[in-house]
Every structure is written in structure tokens, then in C-alpha cells.
Ligand binder design. Structure first.
Ligand SMILES: Cc1ncc(COP(=O)(O)O)c(C=O)c1O
Length: 402
């Protein structure tokens, strides 16, 4: 049975049995199996339709199954799969150039996920520090950050870096409070390889990093020779209203990582540098079998074609305004955080996000509860005014369940 007492479809019961017996229990799955998607709509195995305000965790920024991305994948899959990075491949080189040209202007390394993009950035900043003669480089990170689940990315994620469970973790990560520019400046010194942060923290519940903290990070890096790394895995690909979030906040990093929506639904990550970083990592220092494979690279190029347009940027701004307006008067809403279509709704006292998220799903809208007091919205950037209105109406009905 689902939380509401509705009988689960037989297919879903079967999947739950397989999960219970065979899958490592790492995910708290909701009792729904989605079987089809189109734009900002999803359908479950019962044929019920949902408004998608989650985009598969900010993956389908171009909308579910965008025809242009589907066609690119199908065409490349029918032409040639990966032949390894020991040979040339047009899609990978075009994607590399496009990422660099659209952001920091230096060089890029393609990867397969967000965590891997960050692993690349961590290796790169340590290597850069060693080249400056820093023997034990440190990376300053922010409390409540999320940088991924591989070992170094985990070590950069203070609240999950459990030495008791996963130790010994890579050393040299120095957490500082999220909202304290002085503490950040004080933590940066001659041994600092980098300051690494998300311009808007996503997994913690959509917390934009203050301009004062960003400015402190930039000037501390400039003074010490450390590199400023922005993890744009969730904030990137148009999510906050510019292609990359740093383009809307006036602080430019030396290194940027991307993933999630970059692959248009397929697993693609990237680590991009500014020219001052030099070549980054060189022959034999980094690599990955699948990285830059032509099917994934074609999907990423198509996703960029769809997302990186004035029309989509305009839609993000308009839908943001609509969302604020439609939620402004709701007593369940204590505040709205975030930019563009990366939104955290702070719930009024007494309301519980998980219960609201479950009820919302029953009412036909997909949202997320990253912590007990926040509903997170990450809709496709192509969502229409009517679709957003329908999704928000269902969400507001669900507030009653909190
Ligand atoms: C900001 C940020 N960095 C890194 C990651 C890790 O990405 P992946 O799950 O693709 O490894 C995520 C995923 O949620 C993220 O939001």
C-alpha cells in the first residue's frame, strides 16, 4: 500500500520485492514507477499524469525526452559508440570547446558524473599547489556543502564525510561556516590549494552563498595564490537564469565543474578552467574510459543547443516571477530562497516537508524535500506558465498534509 492507503500496482509491488531482496538499500524511493516523460509531464505505470517540478534532480533542464536530444542520441548510437580516448572524436572535441568558450576560457576535461568532475578539480588544484611548492595542500570547503560521494568529493562534503564509516578519508579538507566571510578568509593561507563551493548550495536545501562570502573567497584566493573552484553541477546549465551561475553573480572562479543537466539525461560531467590555470592535468595524470564518449557528448551538445538560448533564459526569469507571485500569499510559505528555477520553499512553523512531498506526489506533482523544513523545486527550464500553475496548484493543495 502507498501512504494514502491506495493499493500499489502489481508491477510496483514486484519492483519493491526485487529491491528488498537484491538492491543495496541506499535510496528512500517513493512508491511510484515513472514509465514515460514528455517536457514537464511524467506518467506512472498506472497511466497517471504528473507535473514534473524536479527534472530528475536537475537533469532534464531541457524537459523530459526533448526530441532534439533524443534524435542526437539515436543518431549517434546507430552510427558509432565510443572508441576510447586514444582516438579523435568530433562530438567530444566540440563539447570541450563549447564548454570552455561558454565559461572560463581555459581548458576542459570531460567526465561521467558530478563526483568525477569534482575529483578532477580536486586533483587539479592539488597539482597546481604542488607546482607552487605547497607540500600538503588544503582545500577550504563550506559547511553544508555537497560535492558528491566518491572519496575525495565525500571528504569535501562535511556532513557526510564520516571517518567512522568510510575512513581513512583523503586528508586536507578544511570546512568553514557557510555564512562567515571572515572565517573563510582566515582559513585561507599559504597551504591552501583552493576554496571550493557551490554558488547556491543545492542538496542542503537551496542556500545561495552571500555576496560577501563569494567576494571574500575570491580575494583570499587572489592574495594567497589558491584557486577558486565553483561546483556548478546543480546551478549550471541555465538553472539560475544564466548558462552558468557565476555569470549572474559577478564573481568568476578559476575552475568550474558541471554535470547533471549537462548530459541532457545521459551521464556527462566536466571540469573547466580559466587560462591562468594553464594546462591543468597532463599526459598520464588523469583519464576515464567512458568520458567524452560520442553518444553522451552528442546528447550534451544537443542539451546546450536547447538550453542556451535567450528564449529559455527569458522563460526562467518569467517562471521565477510567476512562482514567487503564486506562492507569495500562501500561509504555508515562510520564505522563498534561490534564483531562476532553483527554488527552496521555506515552510511555515509546524509543517513537515516529507509529508508534503508525499502528498504532492499523490496529487500529481513531483517535488523534493531535501530537509524537514524545505520543499525544493527544480522544474524543467522549458516549463510553460500553465504547467507551472498546474503544478503549484497541486503543491498548494498538498501543503494541507504538512
Ligand atoms: C552540487 C553538486 N555537486 C556534486 C554532485 C554529485 O553529482 P553526481 O551525483 O553526478 O556524482 C551533486 C549531486 O547532487 C551536486 O548537487
Amino acid at each position: 500500500m502507498s501512504g494514502s492507503g491506495r493499493a500499489l500496482p502489481a508491477d510496483l509491488e514486484r519492483l519493491r520485492e526485487i529491491e528488498a531482496r537484491f538492491a543495496m538499500p541506499t535510496y528512500p524511493r517513493a512508491p511510484v514507477e515513472f514509465v514515460r516523460g514528455e517536457g514537464s509531464r511524467l506518467w506512472d505505470s498506472d497511466g497517471r499524469e504528473y507535473v514534473d517540478l524536479f527534472s530528475g534532480l536537475s537533469v532534464h533542464n531541457a524537459g523530459n525526452c526533448h526530441p532534439r536530444i533524443v534524435a542526437a542520441i539515436a543518431d549517434q548510437a546507430a552510427t558509432l559508440g565510443g572508441t576510447s580516448n586514444l582516438f579523435y572524436s568530433e562530438p567530444a572535441m566540440r563539447l570541450t570547446q563549447r564548454l570552455v568558450d561558454s565559461s572560463l576560457g581555459g581548458r576542459a576535461f570531460l567526465a561521467n558524473s558530478g563526483a568525477e568532475a569534482n575529483e578532477c578539480a580536486i586533483k587539479l588544484v592539488r597539482r597546481h599547489a604542488h607546482a607552487r611548492g605547497v607540500g600538503r595542500p588544503e582545500i577550504v570547503v563550506l559547511d553544508h556543502a555537497f560535492h558528491g560521494r566518491t572519496m575525495a568529493a565525500l571528504a569535501a562534503t562535511p556532513r557526510l564525510a564520516r571517518e567512522d564509516l568510510f575512513g581513512p578519508l583523503p586528508a586536507g579538507f578544511v570546512p568553514v561556516p557557510r555564512d562567515d566571510p571572515q572565517a573563510l578568509a582566515d582559513a585561507v593561507g599559504p597551504n591552501t590549494a583552493a576554496v571550493m563551493l557551490e554558488p547556491i548550495q543545492g542538496e542542503s536545501g537551496i542556500h545561495p552563498i552571500g555576496d560577501d562570502v563569494l567576494a571574500a573567497a575570491r580575494s583570499a584566493c587572489d592574495e594567497s595564490g589558491a584557486l577558486l573552484v565553483f561546483d556548478e553541477i546543480q546551478t549550471g546549465m541555465g538553472r539560475t537564469g544564466t548558462l552558468w551561475a557565476h555569470q549572474g553573480i559577478g564573481v568568476t572562479p578559476d575552475v568550474m565543474t558541471s554535470a547533471k543537466a549537462l548530459g541532457g539525461g545521459l551521464p556527462v560531467g566536466a571540469c573547466v578552467t580559466a587560462p591562468a590555470v594553464g594546462e591543468g592535468l597532463t599526459l598520464g595524470e588523469h583519464g576515464s574510459t567512458f568520458a567524452g564518449g560520442p553518444i553522451c557528448a552528442r546528447a550534451a551538445l544537443a542539451a546546450l543547443d536547447v538550453i542556451d538560448t535567450p528564449a529559455v533564459r527569458g522563460n526562467v526569469a518569467e517562471r521565477h516571477a510567476q512562482l514567487r507571485e503564486e506562492l507569495a500569499e500562501d500561509a504555508a510559505v515562510a520564505g522563498i530562497r534561490g534564483r531562476g528555477l532553483m527554488i527552496g520553499i521555506a515552510l511555515a512553523d509546524g509543517l513537515e516537508a516529507a509529508a508534503i512531498g508525499r502528498r504532492a506526489l499523490e496529487l500529481g506533482v513531483v517535488v523534493n524535500a531535501p530537509n524537514p523544513k524545505t520543499i525544493r523545486l527544480l522544474p524543467p527550464l522549458t516549463i510553460s506558465a500553465d504547467e507551472l500553475a498546474a503544478g503549484l496548484a497541486r503543491l498548494r493543495d498538498a501543503f494541507g498534509a504538512g
